[in-house]
Design a protein around this ligand. Structure first.
Ligand SMILES: [Zn+2]
Length: 404
């Protein structure tokens, strides 16, 4: 995912220090306000080391002291909180008809949320010219606010390999595209890392960091865009598989006699429970989907029998797919995203029924199926989350810190 990768390095002093800086930074993120003594007591690092690490984090303006003191017996302690005021993390999501951009601060606070219409054009170059223009404006906005960009991660609806190359993005018509390289050129080597990942993967990271079930260590996010894909977090980590192609639940075949899928096969989950199935159109026009889904919601609310029956059948098909994920992965929570969110009240009962029938563990193995609360730019927000994850794992701005 990192375009400027470093090979394995022998562990040396700088690596140990970078790791320890990251440990302290994560502790402050999770427990602020906290004192140096709290950090030492919880991390097992000695007090002198903690003081030196905190001084370094303060120098980098990642952490700052507050005037607060802890209310406890003995000498009052200076409390620490996240700073991050000179930094920004950027996430961008490329959709079939729009590009979303999100910038957050170090603590995840939103600095900017933009959505612009977009056309993938006749070639990757044409499409990326549009994306590059938007990214340049976000970067210059951050520069105006005197924020240094920590990194940029771009979400693409398609297969993205572990090097960040877009192998196939069928709905954009892109193949074997090094869009991270294209963006670096468009930004004239901006001096921050650019990562590229699948949209479901990044949306899952957004849920893990910012969603209603943040902190869940076993979580699956299911995209409900024109395509259907899963982002899988197990044991607290995003799971990509060998080449990065995991999570393609949309092309699991539910019915060999089913409708034709964009992939050329028949009866895939995406063809039977994607937005096309909801709208009963194989190729819904991207520009019209939002309006058409609103109309479906209106009809369903009014109790229109045809609409309710369609949503019930789509929900049942979705439930078959969800059951496969739940039997295989046993997530704590499975989150429906995209256009599934407004339809969730009508989809969920049928999904629950299928889970009860098909999951071998009692109570669906404890899995809750819920609608996302993050909205349509979840994958863009996940791009920012991915940048913050890099910082939390030791890729700190400024100075010598490096993590292989
Ligand atoms: Zn398919």
């Amino acid at each position: 995912m990192i375009t400027s990768t470093t090979g394995p390095q022998p562990a040396d002093f700088a690596d140990v220090r970078a790791t320890n800086l990251a440990v302290v930074l994560r502790f402050v993120r999770e427990h602020a306000p906290c004192s140096r003594a709290d950090i030492a007591a919880s991390t097992g690092l000695n007090k002198a080391t903690v003081s030196s690490l905190v001084a370094d984090l303060i120098d980098r303006r990642l952490v700052r002291e507050t005037g607060l003191t802890e209310n406890r017996v003995g000498r009052p302690a200076t409390m620490l909180v996240l700073d991050g005021s000179p930094y920004a993390a950027i996430g961008v999501e490329i959709n079939v008809d729009s590009v979303s951009a999100v910038a957050t601060g170090l603590a995840g606070e939103r600095l900017l949320t933009w959505r612009r219409s977009f056309s993938a054009g006749d070639s990757v170059n044409q499409g990326m010219a549009g994306v590059g223009a938007i990214v340049r404006r976000v970067v210059s906005r951050m520069a105006k606010e005197e924020r240094q960009v920590l990194g940029l991660a771009v979400a693409v609806p398609g297969l993205v390999d572990v090097q960040g190359t877009v192998r196939i993005a069928p709905n954009l018509g892109w193949r074997d595209a090094d869009i991270g390289g294209d963006l670096a050129k468009a930004l004239r080597d901006p001096g921050f890392p650019i990562q590229v990942d699948n949209d479901a993967n990044l949306a899952a990271l957004a849920e893990q960091r910012f969603g209603a079930h943040s902190g869940a260590s076993d979580l699956v996010y299911l995209t409900g865009e024109i395509g259907v894909g899963a982002g899988v977090i197990l044991d607290g980590r995003l799971r990509r598989g060998g080449l990065g192609y995991s999570g393609e639940i949309g092309h699991v075949q539910l019915d060999p006699e089913g409708p034709e899928c964009h992939c050329g096969r028949r009866g895939c989950l995406e063809a039977m429970a994607g937005i096309g199935a909801v709208l009963q159109s194989k190729d819904p026009s991207p520009a019209e989907i939002q309006v058409e889904i609103e109309e479906v919601v209106r009809l369903a609310r009014a109790g229109d029998p045809g609409t309710v029956a369609t949503l019930d059948s789509v929900g049942a098909n979705l439930g078959k797919g969800v059951s496969i994920l739940v039997n295989l992965l046993n997530p704590e929570v499975l989150i429906l995203g995209g256009y599934y969110v407004p339809l969730a009240p009508w989809l969920l009962p049928a999904i629950q029924e299928e889970l009860a029938d098909r999951v071998i563990a009692a109570e669906a193995g404890g899995c809750q199926v819920v609608a996302s609360t993050l909205g349509h730019d979840a994958a863009a927000l996940g791009g920012a989350a991915r940048v913050l994850d890099s910082i939390d794992s030791g890729r700190l701005p400024g100075g010598f810190a490096r993590i292989p």
